[in-house]
Design a binder for this molecule. Structure first.
Ligand SMILES: Cc1cc2nc3c(=O)[nH]c(=O)nc-3n(C[C@H](O)[C@H](O)[C@H](O)COP(=O)(O)OP(=O)(O)OC[C@H]3O[C@@H](n4cnc5c(N)ncnc54)[C@H](O)[C@@H]3O)c2cc1C
Length: 490
């Protein structure tokens, strides 16, 4: 098998798929996509937990050039997985992918001007360019609770739901109350004997404006112009949220806080419970949950909410002992405890020019020019890198914007008959400085919460601090003077 490629893409989620499609469009066929799982597709193939669904309207949470016959406004996981497979097959990406290929390290060979890609249990690959699309929310984290491994019942993360276990009529605990938990809880609560929810911090919850498309609407949306018009409408309605998240606290109160409080009062009559689930931080600071069913699930007799005052003291062979001394007997523990998303944006070591590692460069906090490139790491592009996250709209819009920059960069190398492109240190520094200056006024920095958007440095490194069209504009214009070619820096 060939071990040497012009481009290696790491990860086969939407990021990897988009990179592959764009390379093909530019006539670059000499590439390979590496995927650690034994199947392709990323987020929506991996997250099969009950209730999994997108929380951005599907006509927008889809590739701009690949419309789909969605059955409802917020597609569920199975439909999203089918969409992903449709994209993979339509663009012939299966033949371009090696599954069961876990990248464990990449290293720049200065002399050969190539990346060496180490894959567990295989011969290494080499490639001129590497596009890392290993996903911002792909590597699950389970905190090391005291006694965690002693539990004799079933235990798994939402990211790896074990469907062989029948949770019906079982005693279940779910640890975490964020976006995934908020989807699992209402879905399983009616079927389990008892559900204990362990909530560290409550989230703000807004109604979910879901909608099943009628047959005539689906027929209409099969017309390109109609799909596009709906997509544009959704885009601008969502983009409007940035005004509240960044520019106007009054607007945020009017648009979101009031509605969230009303929702809370309407759906949770019990004052004690309501107090437990009322956040103390500004709405938007953590990801806002869209749900009509979460609060009613909390009100069920067979659901107990344990807040931070009644957290986990210890996990035992038979269940969980809480901070207040209650011993809960359990059959299943579901970890909805999130991902290694902030300080470990890439989960394998990256060794760049002069033996410098990306972990070293990111020792203070992760940073990158357009969230994509770092000085000292030639010909390397990171999809959904630092400060490319977007809370108010579709992540796919940002990924498609990054593709413009990545493809322009590769084009520049090819057109100029160069071997190497690298972002200049001062350009990256200027960009990062601007990002954090803009961030200072956003709700993510000032909203009084501690979220996975922040790195241990206290800087918000997950989010882009502004309108998504601003990012697209920046990513679309290639600034040649910000880059060096063929190591004219070295
Ligand atoms: C449960 C959940 C719900 C979400 N909901 C939304 C939403 O509603 N709206 C939104 O905009 N975004 C949402 N997201 C964010 C979502 O991650 C992005 O929308 C998008 O799918 C990211 O695509 P990606 O290709 O960058 O990453 P992923 O889809 O995560 O794909 C990364 C791929 O890389 C592979 N990989 C990782 N490491 C390695 C390695 N070392 N070697 C080889 N392969 C590797 C992984 O196995 C995976 O297949 C959600 C994420 C999750 C987890």
């Amino acid at each position: 098998m060939n071990r040497s490629y012009e481009v290696i893409i790491i990860g086969s989620g939407f990021g990897g798929q988009l990179a592959a499609i764009h390379l093909k469009r530019r006539g670059i066929e000499n590439f390979l996509m590496l995927e650690r799982r034994d199947y392709m597709g990323g987020t929506w193939s991996q997250n099969t937990y009950p209730g999994a669904a997108v929380d951005v309207q599907s006509p927008l949470y889809s590739l701009s050039f690949e419309p789909y016959d969605w059955s409802q406004m917020f597609a569920g996981q199975e439909e999203l997985r089918a969409y992903t497979q449709h994209v993979i097959d339509k663009h012939g990406l299966r033949q371009k992918t090696a599954v069961r290929s876990t990248v464990s390290k990449i290293e720049w060979d200065q002399q050969a001007q190539l990346w060496r890609i180490v894959v567990e249990g295989q011969e290494p690959y080499t490639a001129k360019f590497v596009i890392n699309a290993s996903g911002p929310l792909s590597t699950p984290v389970i905190p090391n609770f005291k006694g965690r491994d002693s539990f004799k019942g079933r235990a798994f993360h939402t990211n790896a739901w074990d469907h062989s276990f029948d949770y019906r009529n079982k005693r279940v605990a779910i640890i975490g109350s964020g976006a995934s938990a908020a989807q699992v809880i209402p879905e399983i609560a009616p079927d389990v004997a008892h559900l204990h929810v362990f909530q560290r911090t409550p989230h703000w919850v807004l109604p979910r404006p879901d909608y099943v498309f009628k047959p005539w609407q689906r027929a209409l949306l099969r017309k390109r112009w109609a799909y596009k018009a709906l997509r544009i409408l959704i885009y601008w309605v969502l983009e409007f949220r940035v005004l509240g998240l960044k520019y106007s606290k009054t607007l945020l109160d009017l648009l979101a806080t009031r509605q969230a409080r009303k929702n809370l009062e309407k759906q949770i009559p019990d004052e004690v419970l309501r107090k437990k689930v009322t956040p103390e931080f500004t709405i938007g600071c953590k990801r806002v949950i869209l749900s009509d069913t979460l609060y009613p699930a909390y009100c069920r007799d067979n659901v107990s909410l344990h807040d931070k005052n009644d957290g986990i003291r210890e996990i035992t062979e038979t269940g969980i002992v809480t901070e207040t001394g209650q011993a809960l007997e359990l059959d299943l523990i579901v970890y909805s405890t999130g991902y290694d998303a902030t300080d470990g944006v890439i989960s394998y070591p990256v060794v760049g020019r002069d033996g410098r590692t990306l972990a070293d460069f990111w020792a203070d906090y992760p940073r990158a020019y357009l969230g994509t490139c770092a000085p000292g790491f030639p010909n390397l592009f990171v999809v959904t890198g630092p400060n490319t996250g977007i809370g108010h709209t579709s992540a796919l819009f940002v990924i498609e914007s990054q593709m413009k920059y990545i493809m322009n960069s590769i084009e520049q190398v090819k057109q100029g008959q160069h071997s190497v492109i690298e972002i200049k240190a001062e350009a990256e520094d200027r960009y990062t400085h601007k990002i954090h200056q803009e961030m200072a006024r956003t709700v993510w920095q000032t909203g009084g919460c501690n979220s996975w958007y922040k790195s241990k440095s206290g800087k918000v490194i997950a989010m882009f601090p502004g309108f998504s069209f601003t990012f697209r504009r920046w990513a679309s214009r290639f600034r040649k003077k910000d880059h060096s070619f063929d190591g004219d820096l070295v």
